[in-house]
Design a protein around this ligand. Structure first.
Ligand code: MG
Length: 203
């Protein structure tokens, strides 16, 4: 199982981190050891002093395919939830600055928290999914998938030119504006279409 992620897929978030809007999806991956299942706590790692949350809509891939055409992409993501792309922002900034790969800042153990999956809504219902993250009961991030620079279908089509999609793979589809730090004791809750599907305590 692999976890494919896209960076800078919402304009406002790209701007808040002073990044240009990308012309093509900017993909990176996390290994299977990055997965943090629904309800499990996140232990603050000792290599960072600035772990940040990024709430994202997460697709679960069903089926095996390469070179998927955009119009056929929906059949490859039957399930959806929200997740958190935990990021060691201090390490990431340092690595970006040097032009180095940023795996240690993004793909470390338990950096990919996912909520409970549910069937992807069919037709129009799947077009504009609203999602949010609450930290200690206060809403800190809100997004609508209509605002994605690259749609789910474009992401699937693009990624599958390079990486074979396999059943059970996860796709983190980018975070909206409002990313911020976490501290031990924080409680994070993720919502999709108004329904809570993710709970994660920071320890
Ligand atoms: Mg992200």
């Amino acid at each position: 199982m692999k976890i494919i992620c896209v960076g800078r897929n919402y304009e406002e978030h790209a701007r808040e981190l002073n990044n240009p809007t990308p012309e093509r999806p900017m993909l990176f991956m996390k290994p299977s050891t990055a997965l943090l299942s629904q309800g499990k706590p996140f232990y603050y790692p000792d290599f960072s002093r600035d772990i940040q949350y990024e709430v994202e809509v997460v697709l679960r891939i069903g089926g095996s395919a390469r070179h998927v055409e955009e119009r056929f992409a929906p059949r490859y993501y039957p399930e959806v939830t929200v997740g958190i792309d935990f990021t060691a922002r201090d390490l990431q900034n340092e690595l970006k600055h040097k032009g180095h790969p940023w795996e240690i800042a993004k793909a470390f153990d338990h950096s990919a928290a996912v909520g409970t999956f549910r069937p992807f809504p069919s037709g129009q219902a799947g077009q504009g999914l609203v999602f949010s993250l609450h930290k200690n009961g206060t809403c800190v991030q809100e997004g609508n998938t209509r605002d994605m620079i690259f749609s789910f279908d474009r992401l699937i089509a693009y990624a599958s030119r390079f990486f074979r999609l396999q059943s059970g793979d996860l796709f983190f589809t980018g975070t909206p504006a409002g990313v911020g730090p976490v501290s031990p004791g924080d409680v994070l809750e993720g919502y999709l279409e108004g329904e809570k599907c993710l709970h994660c305590e920071i320890r």
